[in-house]
Design a binder for this molecule. Sequence first.
Ligand SMILES: Nc1ncnc2c1ncn2[C@@H]1O[C@H](COP(=O)(O)OP(=O)(O)OP(=O)(O)O)[C@@H](O)[C@H]1O
Length: 237
Amino acid sequence: MIELSDINSYYGESHILHGVSLAVQDGEIVCLLGRNGAGKTTAILTIMGYLKPRNGAVCYNGRDISGLPTHAIARLGIGLVPQERGIFPSLTVRENLTVFARPGARDSSRPKDPWTLERIYRLFPRLKERESNLGFQLSGGEQQMLSIARALMLNPALLLLDEPSEGLAPTIVDEIIQILEGLKKEGLAVLLVEQNLRVALAVADRHHVLNKGEICFSGSSSDLKDNDFVLRTYLSV
Ligand SMILES: Nc1ncnc2c1ncn2[C@@H]1O[C@H](COP(=O)(O)OP(=O)(O)OP(=O)(O)O)[C@@H](O)[C@H]1O
């Protein structure tokens, strides 16, 4: 579905991603792990077209999208849940969900069963309870749920999630894990950026670990769990 081939991304002259290659297939959750500053967000920004890679290609359903503007990439069916969540503080939960909702990509990747408010509220009962609250009145966990739910209302075929568990209490992280498991059951493809190994191992099919902009490990959950060197050296576990 999405394939990064030998990506090199820069901020000005700062060379951040060094030959990154990874792919996410239909219905798969793939996790990109790594310490602060490893380049995880940069990889997401490169997919979304905020950064144009100097070398390499980002292909979505076989088409090279690396030169496209961000809005065109979003329209193809790639949704982003940014690290800073980006919800509107002065709009209600319901308004946050409906203000930009759209039916999804125009091509065959448009979902047969589009997301509606009712369907969102079934997956996120907490948001239904808070429907009339303003964005700024929500807890961190509720804001994260709203950010994920709002991205779903655009009916993406692929969701990019940037550290959804960051700064959340363990019980709320458990709720986020349940939501990600729910998305997996829905068959959505997800590229999950995480530092929380518990979340990664709970939901992802495959993992890539980034270190200083290079992928230093790729493998399954059991490969990762058993690799003490990678866990200690690159993930501080
Ligand atoms: N706008 C920018 N200009 C220059 N350098 C940047 C910019 N944004 C990030 N960087 C640098 O790029 C490197 C990778 O940052 P990135 O945000 O991709 O890391 P990350 O793995 O997502 O880390 P975190 O978990 O802290 O978000 C870091 O060294 C960071 O300082």
